[in-house]
Write a protein that binds this ligand. Structure first.
Ligand SMILES: Nc1ncnc2c1ncn2[C@@H]1O[C@H](COP(=O)(O)OP(=O)(O)OP(=O)(O)O)[C@@H](O)[C@H]1O
Length: 150
């Protein structure tokens, strides 16, 4: 099954939206595979956002991401990457439809409360970056899968 890396950014954590974001992924049917409250370093964030190094907003992005703890999560399920981004909404919250997380809870692109991997390949890279010790896959009751998947 596909995995995606979803992160609640410092504004989302500070605003008490962690539970709301978890609730939406759980209600959709995705499985929570890892979760941790973290205080990433500047270097770690620069690695996560290395593709954006040349952007004018990069220093501000790093500063914002350093302003408080983040909650990193791995969610697993069919098309978790693409559908995860739909649950989050557009990068610019004002372009996000109500019903999406950013559409319901955010306004500015620089305070968009959450991150989601954009491809399955990048998801695996991000999971390795944020959970470098790996993820324990405990045995779980699979019977619920028959209620979510055909
Ligand atoms: N024009 C901008 N001004 C300020 N911050 C921006 C701007 N564009 C993007 N960002 C910030 O950089 C993050 C990464 O931008 P990117 O273009 O990779 O979008 P994304 O993949 O939708 O976002 P994310 O990786 O956070 O899920 C955005 O989520 C946002 O916080």
């Amino acid at each position: 099954m596909e995995r995606t890396y979803i992160m609640v950014k410092p504004d989302g954590v500070e605003r008490g939206l962690v539970g709301e974001i978890i609730k939406r992924f759980e209600a959709k049917g995705y499985q929570l595979t890892a979760l941790e409250l973290m205080h990433p370093t500047k270097e770690h964030l620069e690695e996560h956002y290395c593709d954006l190094k040349s952007k004018s907003f990069f220093p501000g992005l790093i500063q914002y991401m350093l302003s408080g703890p983040v909650v990193g999560m791995v969610w697993t399920g069919k098309e978790a990457v693409k559908t995860g981004r739909k649950l989050l909404g557009e990068t610019n919250p004002l372009a996000s439809l109500p019903g999406s997380i950013r559409g319901d809870f955010a306004i500015d692109v620089g305070r968009n409360i959450c991150h989601g991997s954009d491809t399955p390949e990048n998801a695996e890279k991000e999971i390795a970056l944020w959970f470098p010790r790996g993820i324990k896959t405990a045995k779980r009751d699979k019977s619920i899968d028959t209620l979510i998947y055909e």
